[in-house]
Design a protein around this ligand. Structure first.
Ligand SMILES: Cc1cc2nc3c(=O)[nH]c(=O)nc-3n(C[C@H](O)[C@H](O)[C@H](O)COP(=O)(O)OP(=O)(O)OC[C@H]3O[C@@H](n4cnc5c(N)ncnc54)[C@H](O)[C@@H]3O)c2cc1C
Length: 603
């Protein structure tokens, strides 16, 4: 029976028929790999996700973490699954062999990790955070910090967190107040409160490595005065053995709508709950240079934000497959024109409106998965392309696509979960089926790692204008290359190419219009609309790419219905979805001020 987590056939299509990942093995970094090793690691991910992550997805939701005064309690299956995960070595799949990694391409690693996110997004958050933490230390930490903190994380003995947000400073990190006092021995003592910290406390690992943003007194105000520190839950003696308990205290757990298996915490640093060295203050170690903390965090954002987009996609995908299975099974009603009540009922998948809901889900989740894997491929290009110009181009594209790969799946794969509930009817509204949990879990994704609105400001306010608009120009040129190929292919591809070219021209023209008007307040007032319209154009591009790949593959395997399904979903996206952007671009083009001019007292 095929999985209801993800479609392995779709992954094979995207990775091999479309992105041709095996060609990456021609590059020195991936020379040890082959199609066989890629397939083996995907098999492993599917198996471990199915056998160890999926079974406790519901239970972890029903039994959220609790605090028994001192300790955080989670259902035991979470730790059991994470122990199995640690044994696979997948946490370090993309890392260098020198730190125990597999040097797997990001594209393949992203596909692997999507299995875990589809099976159990909350349990998979622990390794995701740990990997983000390890990556940051590998990029900016000292050799000693890598030895002390990264190696145990790679081995699955320590877990990591990211401590940015504070109760009064979420979107506006410029306003954080946690302070880090320098000490004579080169360490720092941190004092402050961090809010919403995922994985902030638990007993799933020997230690928790917090990466904390804080201010060194006397530094510049705003974002330029933020530094980054390693603050472990348990201090580690020079010989690697656990030392004193650090002054990091769990104040409380947040009770969430979804994603419940991931502990979410309010942490206090340095309030004297523990007294390392006989005095209050959380011991911290500066990462890199002072005042570079936010820049360091942002350098790592591409991967983290692709990870959020991948999680949203995975939840949308599994909801789609589960609603499809239900629709094939649930008899209800008869075809139009079948008047005889004695005739058997048909499965609801036969009704065009149900097919519309399934096709919409398919077009969202498979379009989003394509974008996630494409961004993974760009990370590989940025890191290993033989030509510097190609590496540079991949970086430009990633910059501009990052807010989209984070936000588009977070919005539209959530919409897919909404449709999955609708396909199940009343059953979808109960806790007897998974789809309601997928929706609740997915509802986090437009909020964390920068809200939808903040991603929109990033795209329109920064990414499309930076370096003289080079990122947008690179995106338009890359879409243009797909359009050219599709025009040469002719037929349906040629027709869709014309529509995509027109939509891309509008992206460029509207961007110019918004900024040429000379009023940033007006330009940015509708940034979310811009993000959504550009996102739809990008996903239409992903669908034209998939249509071309399906046509090429169908020439070899004409009977494979996967390709017919891809073509139909591409048609759906171009007919039902892309046209939504027309009125959005018109509104943006008009420099509309409705939201801007709405008075607070008029609400
Ligand atoms: C379950 C969960 C897990 C999390 N995990 C972590 C974690 O591990 N580590 C961590 O550091 N943080 C974490 N966060 C925090 C998360 O990143 C923040 O919630 C998010 O950045 C938004 O901050 P906020 O909640 O303070 O909302 P606010 O910043 O108050 O935003 C509220 C609303 O106002 C809008 N808004 C704010 N400023 C602007 C602006 N300038 N222009 C336009 N609109 C604006 C936002 O888009 C949003 O819609 C987590 C949050 C949740 C809910």
């Amino acid at each position: 029976m095929s999985s209801t987590l993800l479609s392995r056939r779709d992954l094979t299509f995207l990775l091999h028929d479309w992105l041709d990942v095996t060609r990456l093995t021609e590059r020195p970094r991936y020379a040890e790999h082959s199609r066989e090793t890629f397939d083996a690691v995907l098999d492993l991910a599917e198996r471990v996700a199915t056998e160890h992550f999926a079974p406790h997805n519901r239970s972890a939701d029903l039994h959220e973490p609790t605090l028994d005064g001192q300790r955080v309690r989670l259902i035991p299956e979470v730790k059991a699954a994470l122990d199995v995960f640690a044994g696979t070595g997948l946490l370090a799949s993309t890392l260098d062999e020198s730190v125990g990694g597999m040097q797997l391409p990001h594209t393949v690693a992203a596909a692997c990790f999507t299995w875990f996110q589809a099976a159990n997004v909350a349990t998979s958050a622990y390794p995701m955070l740990t990997l983000g933490n390890a990556n940051l230390l590998l990029a900016y930490g000292s050799a000693e910090q890598v030895d002390t903190w990264v190696r145990p994380m790679v081995e699955g003995r320590y877990f990591g967190t990211m401590c940015l947000s504070e109760p009064h400073a979420g979107s506006s990190l410029a306003d954080i107040t946690t302070r880090a006092e320098p000490q004579d021995d080169g360490t720092y003592r941190l004092h402050g409160t961090k809010m919403w910290i995922s994985g902030g406390d638990h007993e799933l690992a020997e230690n928790i490595v917090h990466l904390v943003l804080a201010r060194i007194p006397g530094g510049p105000p705003g974002v330029k005065g933020i530094s980054l520190f390693v603050v472990p839950k348990v201090l580690v003696d020079p010989d690697g053995t656990p030392g004193a308990r650090n002054d990091v205290v769990l104040v409380g757990l947040n009770h969430k709508m979804g994603y419940r298996g991931t502990t979410n915490t309010l942490l206090s640093f340095g309030d004297g709950g523990h007294q390392p060295g006989g005095r209050p203050g959380a011991v911290g170690y500066l990462v890199g240079e002072p005042h570079q903390g936010l820049a360091q965090m942002f350098h790592m954002m591409n991967e983290a934000r692709i990870g959020v987009g991948a999680g949203a996609t995975a939840l949308g995908y599994t909801g789609y497959l589960k609603s499809l299975a239900y629709a094939r099974d649930r008899p209800q009603g008869r075809p139009l024109g079948a008047k005889d009540p004695a005739t058997p009922q048909v499965p609801i998948v036969s009704h065009p409106d149900v097919r519309r809901m399934l096709l919409a889900q398919k077009s969202y989740v498979e379009g989003a998965l394509a974008l996630v894997l494409y961004c993974g491929r760009l990370l590989d290009e940025q890191r290993t392309a033989p030509e510097p110009a190609d590496r540079h181009r991949a970086g430009l594209l990633l910059d501009v696509l990052t807010p989209i790969v984070k936000s588009w799946p977070s919005q539209w794969c959530l919409a897919a979960n909404d449709l999955a509930i609708q396909v199940l009817g009343g059953a979808g509204y109960t806790r007897d089926h998974d789809v309601e949990q997928h929706w609740r879990d997915n509802r986090l994704n437009p909020i964390h790692e920068g809200t939808h609105g903040i991603q929109a400001l990033d795209l329109l306010g920064r990414k499309v204008t930076m370096r003289g608009g080079a990122g947008l120009a690179a995106l338009a040129a890359t879409i243009g290359a797909t359009v050219d190929r599709a025009r040469r292919a002719g037929g349906e591809a040629g027709d869709l190419a014309g529509r995509l070219a027109a939509a891309t021209d509008r992206v460029v023209a509207v961007t110019r219009r918004l900024w040429d008007a000379g009023d940033p307040e007006v330009a940015l007032a509708n940034a979310s609309l811009y993000l959504e319209a550009v996102g739809h154009v990008v996903i239409a591009w992903m669908w034209l790419e998939q249509l071309l790949a399906a046509d090429a593959a169908a020439a070899v395997r004409p009977d494979d219905e996967l390709y017919a399904g891809k073509r139909q979903a591409a048609r759906f996206f171009f007919r039902y979805e892309l046209p939504r952007t027309g009125p959005q671009f018109d509104l943006l083009d008009s420099l509309d001020r409705t939201a801007l001019e709405m008075n607070d007292s008029w609400f």
